[in-house]
Ligand binder design. Structure first.
Ligand code: AMP
Length: 476
């Protein structure tokens, strides 16, 4: 299915849609609807469980910070994109996306370099054809009112400035893995592709604090990863082998690149739909000495969904310098590796990778059952002969065990299956005439569309450990 089909589905079935439409909309802002809210929660829950398994601790800090924080972090000075505005029609462009979209394979580190590229390729406004010139630096920080306060552009700084509290909490032991989920705000020059480039978005960030000789085990890779080096070399190898051959800089980066890959696979991405791309030195953020982006091929464009950066001692060092606080342990400033997950991009790209059309024309959202917004649906075969009463009674019992179950008795049974397939519900239970005789129901599995008949007592037992105990019914 195309990107437009995904956007259409998202709006029609209540995953997400543009905000403020009754006032004409406001670019870069999106609302999550009933199903999108649940899907996002489930993605966060999967991510959280995976990091809790690593011994991570969690934090929740304010979205508004005093300017001091971003003076120290370097964001006020350096967190900018190069922009260019059409002199005739006024359309603003992010320089990097503009040239990429025109197939120009050059990176500009400065405004002067950008001006030279515009001149060299005689770049014109894609909208009105006017020659583009005078690129400029555009800071992405949102200022709050006239106070010296800013909306955070990433959740990470809230973690860094709390290092001492976290170290105390961890009983002075290292390494420490700290996670935070929350909103980030960037005044993007040209928001685009729905959830891909927004002005307010959700991040799930991890800061791994460690000391030089803290040992991280070699990553236990099972699946090969597509890797694009900044030399242009394309490789397919296990992360553990990439570490051995020096392609990845250090064992902490390797460990968390592998962890990130595992989480993306667990969320349902196909290995061949994603790749890890190494940043060019000129492309890296001001705090990073090595960055790999996990990218997904969306609408013909490789799009970043997670960034994994080696931030070294940059952030703690700067906050020590600016605040006067001492973050050192035995005379050494801890180093940091950061996997930063864009939740909105992950949600959109999972929907894109899961949406397909069956041979019979029906549409299916093949979400992994662990993240499906609705776990199961239950229907009476017919809305008569007491079948609806039996189905409703069963629904009440099921809901007590798992509340994410949906009852539907409108339209024919085929339509009801189709409605659930389209939103990714992995299992549908049907109460039919045989139920009256032997207390059994059918369970239909979304992807195979095959059905098994089980006793109601067995069904209720299996719901307790959703979805694995149900999936095993269909694995033969
Ligand atoms: P960065 O700090 O730029 O590496 O961002 C970390 C992650 O946040 C990225 O991998 C994206 O998935 C996500 N992200 C960054 N900017 C935006 C944006 N404007 N809209 C939506 N997601 C974003």
């Amino acid at each position: 299915m195309s990107f437009d089909d995904v956007i259409e589905l998202a709006k029609r079935r209540g995953f997400f849609w543009p905000s403020y439409m009754i006032y004409g909309g406001s670019s870069g802002f999106y609302d999550y609807g009933p199903l999108g809210t649940l899907l996002k929660d489930n993605i966060i829950a999967t991510w959280k469980r995976e990091y809790a398994r690593e011994g991570a601790i969690f934090l929740d800090t304010p979205v508004i910070s005093p300017a001091d924080v971003f003076r120290a972090s370097g964001h006020l000075e350096k967190f900018s994109d190069i922009a260019v505005k059409c002199g005739k029609c006024g359309t603003p462009y992010k320089f990097e996306s503009l040239v990429k979209g025109l197939g120009i394979n050059e990176i500009a580190k400065t405004v002067d370099e950008a001006a030279a590229i515009l001149e060299k390729y005689d770049v014109k406004c894609p909208k009105c054809g006017e020659k583009l010139k005078n690129p400029y630096d555009f800071n992405l920080m949102f200022r709050v009112g006239s106070n010296d306060l800013y909306l955070r552009p990433e959740t990470a700084q809230g973690i860094f400035i709390n290092f001492k509290n976290l170290y105390n909490y961890a009983r002075n032991s290292m390494p420490i893995i700290v996670c935070q989920v929350g909103k980030g705000f960037r005044n993007e020059i040209s928001p685009r592709q729905a959830l891909i480039r927004m002005r307010e978005f959700s991040q799930a960030e991890v800061e791994v604090f460690y000391l030089e000789n803290d040992d991280f085990p070699a990553p236990d890779s099972s699946t090969e990863l597509n890797m694009l080096r900044n030399t242009g070399e394309l490789l397919k190898m296990k992360v553990s082998d990439a570490l051995k051959s020096g392609i990845i800089g250090n064992s902490v980066m390797a460990y968390f690149l592998n962890k990130t890959y595992e989480i993306l696979l667990k969320l349902g991405f196909q290995p061949d739909h994603i790749r890890a791309r190494e940043h060019d030195p000129g492309e890296r953020a001001h705090y990073s000495s090595e960055t790999w982006d996990f990218e997904y091929l969306l609408d013909g464009d490789w799009t970043e969904i997670v960034g994994v950066s080696d931030r070294g001692t940059y952030d703690l060092g700067r906050h020590q310098q600016f605040s006067g606080e001492n973050f050192q342990i035995d005379g050494r400033t801890p180093k940091v590796v950061e996997p930063s997950y864009g939740l909105d991009r992950i949600l959109l790209t999972i929907m894109d990778s899961s949406y397909y059309r069956r041979e019979n024309g029906y549409k299916v959202l093949r979400l992994d059952p662990h993240i499906s917004p609705i776990h199961m649906a239950i229907f009476p075969l017919q809305k008569r002969d007491d079948l609806d009463r039996i189905a409703k009674d069963l629904f009440e019992k099921m809901k007590n065990i798992d509340p994410f179950i949906f009852y539907d008795d409108s339209g024919n049974i085929g339509r009801r299956y189709a409605r659930q397939d389209e939103i990714g519900t992995p299992f549908c239970v049907t109460v039919d005439y045989q139920t009256k005789d032997d207390e059994t129901v059918t369970i239909r599995e979304r992807d195979s569309t095959s059905q098994v008949r089980v006793r109601i007592s067995d069904l209720l037992e299996r719901i307790r450990s959703f979805p694995d105990s149900l999936s095993t019914l269909f694995s033969s």
